[in-house]
Design a binder for this molecule. Structure first.
Ligand SMILES: [Zn+2]
Length: 366
């Protein structure tokens, strides 16, 4: 059991979709733009508010800067959740009627679930003591996977993100003196990295995706060098049509897959002192993702600050929603504020690209 847990490492991004703003982001954005245009054309001496705006920036406080507008991401996540849920509920009713619900690779007879309405389905999905809860939760994730993850448009986008991440990581490792003696092993692991097939990943993985809660999870399986996606991970992307937030997440998961290959080359003492939970593996994976990010964004490792900031915004706002109340009790991943303020914010290369003043006490672990 311990071994299985050690091999299958979850990136639990978080799940919390209770507090959502009701404003429409597109409308809000155009409103802000038109206000800016108005200010620009009528009043160019608004230096006071502009200076106030400048007090919080990526260099002074990455977490506060990136997480100040979480409502936008919350809103997209809720919309994405609703879109997936509507399609899946319809599919479950159809599959139940036509004998296409499944369990352990076998089709179940038509009408295996006695209820026929969306309400009866929803009750069974929410009630853990319901006799069909387990079967329906599994089928919910399978259906969400079929409709969204296996959708060719989405699949191509995801593959593009994975290839971009793998290629950047390869460049990073090839260009790094630190990894000279671990390079061959790591490149060989990288050549095997791929997305897992959800059905072949087994029941545990499907159930870890949270049934109709659609948890926004990704996992890495070192036995097969596979990255396992839960359908919930696309909630934000299907609405924003931008999947860049997945790049640092994929880099983190690949960081897990490379832990064995890079074992001899890490700055162990420094990484172990970085803030985070109690699982050292999580610090290694996050540290690795941060170091590789400039190469994922640019072949020479020199992305523009606007490029890097854009990606950090997409990713940061995704993880900003992690409840900070868990700060003192989290047990595995570094918290969102540690990831953004320390792992990203104190990284020497990222600070240089973002034109931040040098921080003497930064924990960069180069
Ligand atoms: Zn992890």
């Amino acid at each position: 059991m311990g071994k299985i847990l050690a091999i299958l490492i979850w990136t639990v991004i978080f799940f919390d979709w209770r507090a959502f703003a009701d404003s429409n982001f597109g409308a809000l954005l155009s409103r802000v733009q038109s206000i800016n245009e108005l200010l620009g054309s009528q009043n160019k001496s608004r230096s006071c508010s502009i200076n106030e705006e400048k007090l919080i920036n990526f260099c002074t406080s990455p977490y506060d800067f990136i997480c100040k507008d979480v409502a936008r991401i919350n809103e997209m996540s809720l919309k994405g959740h609703t879109e997936i849920d509507q399609a899946v509920m319809k599919a479950l009713i159809d599959r139940n009627a036509s004998g296409n619900l499944e369990m352990f690779g076998n089709k179940l007879p038509a009408g295996s679930f006695e209820g026929t309405t969306e309400n009866s389905l929803r009750n069974a999905l929410q009630d853990e003591s319901h006799e069909s809860h387990f079967m329906l939760s599994y089928n919910y994730i399978i259906a969400a996977n079929d409709i969204f993850i296996e959708n060719p448009d989405f699949k191509n986008k995801m593959q593009e993100m994975l290839e971009k991440t793998i290629n950047g990581i390869k460049l990073f490792i090839e260009n790094s003196d630190r990894f000279k003696n671990c390079k061959d092993k790591a490149i060989s692991v990288l050549s095997r990295v791929k997305f897992a097939d959800l059905r072949e990943s087994g029941l545990d993985h499907a159930l870890d995706c949270g049934g109709n809660k659609l948890t926004e999870n990704v996992a890495a399986d070192a036995r097969s060098s596979e990255i396992k996606l839960c359908p919930g991970i696309v909630k934000v992307g299907i609405i924003s049509k931008n999947y860049e937030y997945l790049i640092p997440i994929l880099a983190h998961e690949i960081g897990h897959l490379l832990v064995g290959a890079l074992e001899q080359c890490y700055p162990h003492d420094c990484i172990s002192q970085l803030p985070g939970g109690y699982m050292l593996d999580e610090k290694y994976a996050e540290w690795f993702a941060v170091k590789a990010l400039p190469y994922i964004q640019d072949k020479q490792g020199n992305p523009s600050n606007t490029n890097l900031e854009r990606m950090l915004f997409e990713y940061g706002q995704f993880i900003c929603r992690e409840p900070e109340a868990n700060l003192n009790t989290y047990s595995s991943h570094p918290s969102a504020s540690d990831r953004l303020n320390v792992f990203y914010g104190e990284d020497k290369r990222i600070s240089e690209i973002m034109n931040c003043p040098e921080k003497k006490s930064a924990k960069s672990c180069n």
